[in-house]
Write a protein that binds this ligand. Sequence first.
Ligand SMILES: Nc1ncnc2c1ncn2[C@@H]1O[C@H](COP(=O)(O)OP(=O)(O)OP(=O)(O)O)[C@@H](O)[C@H]1O
Ligand SMILES: [Mg+2]
Length: 313
Amino acid sequence: MIALLDRQVVFFGGKGGVGKTTCSAAFALAASRGGKRVLLVSTDPAHSTSDIFERHIGGAERELLPNLWAIEIDADRESARYVKDVKRDIERIFSPAVVRQAHRQIDMAAASPGLAEVALLDRMIDLIVEREQVYDLVVFDTAPTGHTLQLLRMPEAMTTWIHALVKHRRALLEIDQGSGGEPAVPASADPILAALERRHDRLAQLRVRVTDRGCTSFVLVTIPERLAIEETARAAELLGDTNVNIGGLVVNRILPDGLEGEFYASRKAQERSYLEEIARRFPRLRRFDVRQLARDVYGIGSLTLVSDQLMNP
Ligand SMILES: Nc1ncnc2c1ncn2[C@@H]1O[C@H](COP(=O)(O)OP(=O)(O)OP(=O)(O)O)[C@@H](O)[C@H]1O
Ligand SMILES: [Mg+2]
């Protein structure tokens, strides 16, 4: 995975429980030891990153080790913050009567299921686009695959949407100007247009970065089992459609060699057949095998064991 060390953004994704948090933490640790300034971002509501590093992390960037910072972002908290920001923008621009009406509409919109995703995306944009002067590398430990891929696809949909709004707003301003007399607000000074265009710029920047192969990679994490392999196939296809580079496939929890007994022999035989299947179905992905350790992974010591396997396959 040394090849991924010069990316600026690396996502880890995969089915629930396969080892995303473990692998993203191990990769971030290795990168920070190599001298990169690294931010590890968890969007997983369970916040296992705190458990792995045996330190409370929370919603503000926090230095865990030299060169390694971490933050845990929470969809509920981000949604609340997003709604507050939008309301504040409106208060700055409109009269109290309009504000009351607008707040009611925003509260209604806030209850819709898409808001958490938009709010998370907004925060990811902050971390990717605006923190690039501070960090060399931002590593995302993502929530189970489908959700994250939706997020990565969202800029495209939102760009189209914002584009339409900007056009509509421009047309309105032109009508104003066409009806004789001086325009109330020249297009260049219209606060709504400016806000929409700022938003559009941010999304465009995110999209450029996420689809730039030299900048962003997505690492798929799986285990040699049926359901995880199927989910990996779906994720690989979606990422291909979205034009996001897949930096590699981690096959985690491979059983150690040389044990004995019927149970072990049966597991090992199953594993062999799934490993063959993985090789057959993902021939173009760089593969990183990680062995199942004797204990679960937490603390720097055991994390280093995983990180060594990822970095020196
Ligand atoms: N190679 C390994 N050897 C031993 N235990 C492992 C290994 N990889 C992961 N584990 C353990 O498996 C459990 C799940 O790992 P982890 O939390 O990294 O998965 P996850 O994909 O992030 O899960 P979730 O989808 O719930 O966020 C943890 O208890 C972790 O310590
Ligand atoms: Mg996790």
